[in-house]
Ligand binder design. Structure first.
Ligand code: FE2
Length: 233
């Protein structure tokens, strides 16, 4: 029997409905696909960084590029009493100027910025790590809801981010399953506090991606609108 989360899963307690300001583009499905990464990112910007042993969503390592206090630290901002916003660049940012400029160029308040290095995992293994994020702990109700954005750095067209919305029981609803392919340059924004998510990585080498927390608000909304993938007719 494959793993499936139950009411005892820690994600079930994470708030779903709150007064925080949301971005309209995410209201419907909690997901928006952007056009492919417009700039070329030199591989040294993810290969030469300092990685920390930090497990989240599988066999992972993370290289923090911006953190709560500028230290190379993967712990949640809440460990330092801080919302996942107003991040400071770490020493890794000096090695990744393209990525730093990219994040700055969004114009929205950002929290943790990091590279994930994920070892291959098939769907059965990945399902054990499906979860919702606690992105908005300590976030005042009158500020913007924190969501996450991805840029795929390595080319993994056979891998995908598995997303599921909540059923009435607060557990993932299989009828809402979505598979977001992860070729090089793919970009998307996910309300990861709302959607259950995990990456199925059908490869034989690690997958690298840039993950950034952004605060919802006018700046993020207009950036998403300017970057949305144009629908093909
Ligand atoms: Fe997550």
């Amino acid at each position: 029997m494959s793993f499936w989360p139950t009411q005892d899963h820690w994600s079930v307690e994470i708030p779903l409905h709150t007064p925080h300001l949301r971005v309209d583009a995410l209201n419907d499905t909690g997901f928006v696909q952007l056009s492919d990464m417009p700039t070329d990112v030199p591989s040294s910007e993810w290969e030469s960084l300092e990685y920390m042993d930090w497990k989240s969503g599988g066999d992972t390592n993370f290289a923090p590029i911006a953190s709560a206090d500028g230290e190379l630290d993967c712990r949640g901002f809440w460990d330092k009493g801080k919302t996942d916003k107003d991040a400071l660049w770490t020493s890794n940012a000096e090695i990744a100027p393209t990525l730093r400029e990219y994040v700055d160029g969004v114009g929205a308040n950002f929290g943790r910025v990091r590279i994930i290095k994920l070892e291959p995992q098939d769907r059965e293994v990945a399902m054990r790590s499906i979860h919702r994020d606690d992105n908005n702990r300590f976030n005042p109700d009158d500020e913007g809801w924190v969501v996450r954005s991805w840029v795929e750095l390595t080319d993994n067209p056979d891998s995908y981010m598995l997303l599921m919305d909540n059923g009435p029981d607060g557990l993932p609803d299989p009828a809402t399953e979505r598979r977001v392919p992860l070729p090089k340059g793919a970009r998307f924004v996910v309300d990861t506090q709302r959607l259950w998510h995990v990456v199925v990585h059908n490869g034989d080498s690690p997958r690298y991606a840039l993950i950034t927390s952004f605060e919802s608000g006018p700046a993020l909304a207009s950036w998403i609108d300017s970057q949305r993938a144009t629908a093909t007719v």
